[in-house]
Design a binder for this molecule. Sequence first.
Ligand SMILES: Cc1cc2nc3c(=O)[nH]c(=O)nc-3n(C[C@H](O)[C@H](O)[C@H](O)COP(=O)(O)OP(=O)(O)OC[C@H]3O[C@@H](n4cnc5c(N)ncnc54)[C@H](O)[C@@H]3O)c2cc1C
Length: 384
Amino acid sequence: MKHFDAIVVGCGAMGSSVSYNLASRGMKVLTLERFGLNHEFGSSHGRTRIIRLAYYEDERYVPILRRAFESWRELQSRSGRSLLRMTGGLMIGEPEGTLVSGVLRSARKHGLPHRVMSGREAEEVHPALSLDEGLAVVREESAGVLFPEACIESAFELAEGAGCEFHFSEPLGAWESLPEGLEVRTKDSRYLADRLVFCSGAWTQKLLGGTLPLQCERQTPFWFSSQGQTCFTPEQLPIFILEEGRGRFFYGIPDVGHGVKAAESHHGRLVEPEDVDRTVTERDFAPVKDFIARRLPRLGRVPIASTSCLYTNTPDMNFIVGSLPGDARVLIVSACSGHGFKFASVMGELVADIATGTRPQYDLSFLSPERFVSRRVSRSDPDA
Ligand SMILES: Cc1cc2nc3c(=O)[nH]c(=O)nc-3n(C[C@H](O)[C@H](O)[C@H](O)COP(=O)(O)OP(=O)(O)OC[C@H]3O[C@@H](n4cnc5c(N)ncnc54)[C@H](O)[C@@H]3O)c2cc1C
C-alpha cells in the first residue's frame, strides 16, 4: 500500500492551499479530488470573492486576516498571476445593526483605519448606490476582490511543482484510523498516511460519519452588465455588503471584467451536496431583483449570468479548523459558513504548522472541532 506523509481530501480553496503548503515543507502529499480542478459543484467557483479586514463576524479573525492578505500577495508573486485586486470596501446598514456595529467593533479593537459616512454622503462618492439617509456606511481601504479560479490554479501548480501528487476524479470512499496510520480507500486503490486532512467542504459531514452539525445551503449569485457606466468600475464602486433591515445581507462586487456581481447571502435552501438543483430560477432571482432596483438603480435588471454554489454552515457560523477529538492525526479545514475563501491562503499555512508540529501563531481555539464533536471519530462509511 502506497504510504504518504499526508493525504488531503478535496482540492477546492482549502485543499489546494493546504496541498501547496504541506508539499512546500517537504511532505510527501497525495491530494484526492472527487471532481476536476475548478469544477462548479462545490463552494469555490464564481469568478470573484470578497476579502476584507474589519471583520464584523468576529474580531478574532482580524489577526489571521492580516496574514491572509500577505500570503495571497506572496502566492500572487510566486505564481505570476493576478489573484487580488484591492477596491476598498463599504459596509452599509443601520447604525445599530449586526454589520455596522460589528465592523466598528473590529476596527476599533484592532486600530484599523476606517471612515464612517451617512448614506447620502456615500451616494455622492459612489453614484452607483442608492442609500437612505438613515443608513451608516463604514469604508475601509483594506478590502478587495480575489479571483478564486486563479487562486486555486496557482496553489495547485505550485503544489505539483513541490511534488504533491493529485488524483482528480478519485473520491475518498472510506477511511479508517489504524495504529499504523490512516487507511484511505478509493474505488480502486488503498493508501496509508500519517495525516489525513479533510478539506472536503459540503461533503465533510458525511465523510466524518455525520458527527458534525453541518448544514449545506444553496446560494445563487448573479452578474449584470454595467453597460460601460464608469460608476460600476472598481475605481468608483468598492466591494460592499449591505444589511437590509436586521439580518438580511446582500453584497455587490464592481465590474472587474465579468459584469457587476450581486447576491443575497444566506436565506438559501438547505440541500444535500449530491442532490443540488443547479437550475437558477425566477424565485432565486426575486430578492436580488428587488435589491438591485432599490440599491443599484442604474444597473440593468436582466442578469447576464448566474450560478449555484454551496455554503457549509456550522451552528455558530465560524469555521472548523483543527484536529479531530481522539485522533490528532486527522485534521479538518472546512465548514467555512459562507465566508472562508479569503482565509484559504493562511489556512494552508496554519495546517502545515500543525502537521509539522509547529504551534500556529494565531488563536484558533474558537474554530476547534471540539466545540461540536466530543466523541472519537475513527472511520467513515464505505458509501460516503
Ligand atoms: C456564492 C458564494 C459566495 C461566496 N463569497 C465569499 C466571499 O466573498 N468571500 C469569502 O471569503 N468567502 C466566500 N464564500 C465562501 C467560500 O467560497 C468558501 O468558504 C470556500 O470556497 C470553501 O472552500 P472549501 O475548500 O472548503 O470547499 P470546496 O471548494 O467546495 O472544496 C471541497 C472539495 O472537496 C471535494 N470533495 C468532496 N468530497 C470528496 C471526497 N470524498 N473525495 C475527494 N474530494 C472530495 C469537492 O469535490 C470539492 O472540490 C462564498 C461561497 C459561495 C457559495
